[in-house]
Design a protein around this ligand. Structure first.
Ligand code: TPP
Ligand code: MG
Length: 897
């Protein structure tokens, strides 16, 4: 007998399922979505009570988040917008193709923008608000590799010329060119945010949105409807920075933030998740973090099919296909799709039996459908209480056809032949005749054409062209009376430069003129730097104030959070903190507010951990101060190899707009910070400062007469050899030396001066506040001399200071020996350098300085050794000195031990 039971069970289940669906359909048709959700919740609760365990799911089905029935009609002229988009597509492609024909290997990308065109065009025509919108102007992080499309649109708008497009990636040409990617340093009137080091843009966008709220809550900016848009690639989300702070955005309820992820399922080498689904993965991550997730997967052509999918077969099929296969569908024809996608179930095949292969092939994905994209943006800009991420499915190299659409090579495709160009032209209906197509000519319709008229009108209505960078805040020329003077006088009370800085910061915060503009930023390290007094004084920023009573409420310096709090206490995230610092330090342009950020952190976790952010800060023309705390390889005792910093000044040198200083005394710090504020906020210098501060406490001397210029330039005489006769032209001593010291090591140099006097050596002491500035000045001067050979040669600052001095030159610092080495060429004789090359280790300060050979005795011994080689003292004296000082010539080299 035949067993028909299983079939019966399946049939029964199908009937049962249909009944349930009919029931829920009925509820949905009544139009109360809340009722539907409550009903489902009740069913789920009921099942759970009865022991049914659902599998955890953080994703929704593989369909559009916004149902077709909920869509608003498109507000624009679809036809003219399509033509505009086609022209932008063409000119973007032509820009790259022409550049690479002319200069092989010059680069550029076609396929990124080809996939993102609709995502941008809908925003350009209907959402992005320009600078004329004032406080409502949007801040937009464009995906760096899509820049040819952004240029092509600016061309259509008449903002850039054909010459510019022709000079894409030829920035040095006479008539001006276009930078490869968004670089405010190179195109300061155009780009606002550098994004092409992938991952940095999204993270900075989050903190930018948060900083906008900070400005509003502190009354520095009117409450506005400004949005921060970040466009990124799906491959880019593998960068830890890209997703690393998304929970902050949800926690802070940043409904002024919109991520648009261009999910073309491909990155440079191949699929982002060939064996999985990047969109579902991202949905889970963002939903889990508390974001509003809007998936835009399918174009309008799918609406009818999905409406017919009463049994959920199509949704199931959509859900089970992996990205590698979806990518395959892009390159295959309609027959392949019918067989491999629809052919999975006869009922699916039946669903599309009325469609030809060609129609099947042209069912668009969501990110290429303006209606779907418009509705996603519309939902995003009106969402309250949470940030939104739009996951838009697109096709990499859309329109390139055989030349690269959906292919793994598409990211690198830069050269198209005549037939490729024709295919693209035909696909988008670009009016370029056959006889000129091979040249890939740019095409811009007449000024009064419907296309140009339309884009201009739309941008006018939306507050002007984007992207656009303007410096909206005028200089402030602050006087800052009474802040810095006390530090010039010196004090016998021992203090560290960190304590001095905190005191200065507290005074700046109280200043009538700049107080409210100062933004202290700290990554969970305020107590390390003795900043806790500021908690109470100015409060820690919290968008919701303080909804609990802090545990230390009854103490003077309690942990005070406030909605108008001034300190950005970022928690343990140097990447987040630097992003806040960049938002604050560029606010003079982006928000038109001259905020002055001070970001203080463990110096080892600065340049070497977040160096790329600092580079992007420089590109962004950022202003402000970075304070490398607890710095100095031997000054920070105990903490060992991963904390003790001897490197950061060397790394800082590589950033062109960063001035770095290693001050020793309170007055040096005061001179540098005062000068910095005046330069940046008074004179409009678009650069920033890196200052190392240390935690060794010592008395702070008074500022020597006339030291200011040298402090700023990097070197000044701190103490003459003979304190009783500072200007004596004829030293009594038989041997002479110039000793250079910086930071806390300057004190060791002063002690060495005393030791040397006992051996008959008269040594002058110099404070080297910045080898990096000396090096730059020397090269600037040398370059001028090189290119002006017939004019009297100029002298660098370091030569002016040292070249005419007598004796050997010995320099000691808590950083790499390469720091003083950098100036040796201009001193007129070799410089003996002592520094802290090598790995730090856990020890006390005395032992560390002995180990690295940077304490007073080593400085004295090195000086004597150099004098001996210069025949200044005899062998007996040097042998005795080594013995007296306890120098072991056979000691292991600290550089690698
Ligand atoms: C930090 C960093 N690493 C690597 C690159 C080189 N790179 C440029 S584009 C690209 C692939 C981008 O893929 P995706 O983010 O998916 O963007 P799509 O072009 O597909 O839109 C890579 C690896 C880079 N620009 N930045
Ligand atoms: Mg991609």
């Amino acid at each position: 007998m035949k067993n028909i039971a299983p079939t019966d069970a399946a049939a029964l289940e199908a009937v049962e399922t249909r009944e349930w669906i009919d029931s829920i359909d009925y509820v949905i048709e009544q139009g109360d979505k809340g009722r539907t959700v409550r009903l489902l919740d009740a069913l789920r609760a009921r099942a759970r009570q009865s022991g049914v365990r659902e599998a955890f799911t953080s994703t929704t089905p593989y369909i559009n988040t916004i149902a077709a029935g909920d869509e608003a009609p498109y507000p624009g002229d679809r036809e003219v917008e399509r033509r505009i988009k086609s022209l932008v597509r063409w000119n973007a492609l032509a820009t790259v193709v022409r550049a690479n024909r002319e200069s092989d290997g010059i680069g550029g990308h076609i396929s990124t923008y080809a996939s993102a065109a609709t995502l941008y065009e809908v925003a350009f025509n209907h959402f992005f608000r320009g600078k004329d919108a004032g406080a409502d102007a949007d801040l937009i992080y464009f995906q760096g590799h899509a820049s040819p499309g952004v240029y092509a649109r600016a061309y259509l708008e008449g903002r850039i010329t054909e010459t510019h497009l022709r000079n894409f990636r030829h920035e040095l040409r006479k008539d001006g060119g276009l930078s490869s990617y968004p670089h405010p340093w190179l195109m300061p009137d155009f780009w606002e945010f550098p994004t092409v080091s992938m991952g940095l843009g999204p993270l900075q966008a989050i903190y930018q949105a948060r900083y906008a709220r900070y400005l509003e809550n502190r009354g520095l900016k009117p409450v506005s409807d400004q949005k921060v848009w970040a466009f990124l690639g799906d491959g880019e989300t593998d960068e830890p920075e890209a997703l690393g702070s998304i929970s902050l955005a949800a926690r802070e309820k940043l409904d002024n933030l919109i991520f648009v992820i261009n999910c073309n399922l491909q990155r440079l080498d191949g699929p982002v998740r060939g064996n999985g689904q990047i969109i579902q993965e991202l949905e889970a991550v963002f939903r889990g973090a508390g974001w509003n997730v809007i998936k835009v997967l399918w174009g309008s052509e799918w609406d009818d099919l999905l409406a017919k999918d009463r049994d959920g077969l199509l949704v199931k099929r959509m859900h089970e296909v992996v990205d590698g296969e979806y990518q395959r569908y892009v390159v295959e024809d309609g027959a392949y799709l019918r067989k491999h996608f629809w052919g999975a179930d006869p009922r699916l095949l039946e669903m599309v039996s009325h469609l030809s292969d060609s129609e099947l092939k042209h069912l668009r994905v969501g990110g290429h459908d303006p209606i779907k994209v418009f509705n996603a943006y519309r939902a995003a800009v009106t969402t309250k209480g949470m940030p939104t991420v739009i996951l838009a499915r697109t096709i990499k190299g859309y329109g390139l056809g055989e030349a690269g659409e959906g292919k793994n090579i598409t990211h690198q495709q830069k050269k198209l032949n005549e037939s490729d160009l024709k295919t693209f032209r035909d696909r988008f209906g670009v009016p370029i005749p056959d006889d000129s197509i091979a040249d890939a000519p740019f095409y811009r319709p007449d000024e009064d054409s419907p296309e140009v008229t339309y884009v201009k009108a739309r941008r006018k209505a939306l507050g002007g062209f984007v992207p656009k960078r303007v410096v909206a805040a005028p200089a402030i020329r602050p006087e800052m009376p009474g802040i810095f003077e006390e530090f010039f006088e010196g004090s016998d009370r021992k203090a560290s430069t960190t304590m001095v800085f905190v005191k200065m910061l507290a005074k700046m915060l109280r200043d009538k003129e700049i107080g409210k503009l100062v933004v202290p930023i700290v990554p969970d390290e305020a107590r390390t730097f003795g900043m806790e007094s500021l908690f109470r004084a100015v409060g820690i920023y919290s968008s919701i104030g303080q909804v609990y009573e802090p545990v230390d409420m009854d103490t003077l310096l309690y942990y005070k959070e406030a909605k108008d709090g001034q300190i950005l206490e970022e928690g343990i995230t140097e990447a987040g903190s630097i992003s806040s610092w960049i938002a604050a330090g560029t606010a003079y342009a982006t928000q038109g507010i001259n905020t002055i950020p001070f970001f203080i952190y463990y110096s080892m976790f600065g340049f070497q951990r977040i160096g790329d952010f600092i580079w992007s800060a420089a590109d962004s023309r950022c202003r402000g101060f970075l304070l490398g705390g607890t710095s100095g390889r031997t000054t920070l005792a105990g903490e060992g190899l991963q904390h003790q910093d001897g490197n950061s000044h060397t790394l800082a040198l590589s950033v062109p707009t960063c001035r770095s200083y290693d001050p020793a005394y309170a007055y040096e710090l005061a001179v540098i910070i005062r000068d910095g504020i005046k330069r940046m906020y008074g004179d409009g210098e678009e650069g920033f400062y890196y200052i190392t501060v240390m935690n060794e406490q010592y008395a702070m001397p008074a500022m020597p007469q006339g030291a200011e210029e040298g402090i700023i330039k990097g070197l000044y005489k701190f103490k003459d050899a003979d304190p009783d006769a500072p200007a004596s032209p004829k030293p009594k001593a038989k041997a002479r030396a110039q000793l250079l010291g910086s930071g806390a090591i300057l004190n060791e140099v002063v002690k060495a001066q005393e030791i040397l006097a006992k051996y008959g050596v008269a040594a002058d002491v110099w404070s080297a506040t910045s080898y990096n500035e000396l090096y730059r000045d020397a090269h600037r001067t040398e370059r001028w001399n090189l290119w002006h050979p017939t004019e009297p040669a100029k002298r660098s600052w370091v030569a002016q200071c040292l070249a005419d001095t007598p004796g050997v030159v010995v320099a000691a610092s808590d950083y790499l020996k390469s720091q003083p080495d950098m100036i040796s060429r201009w001193v007129g004789r070799p410089v003996v350098t002592l520094g802290t090359d090598g790995f730090g280790r856990s020890e006390d300060r005395v032992a560390l300085r002995d180990f690295f050979e940077v304490d007073a005795k080593y400085i004295a011994a090195a000086t004597l050794s150099a004098i001996h080689r210069a025949n200044g003292i005899d062998a007996k004296t040097i042998a005795q000195a080594f013995k007296d000082l306890g120098i072991n010539p056979e000691k292991a080299d600290p550089a690698l031990s």
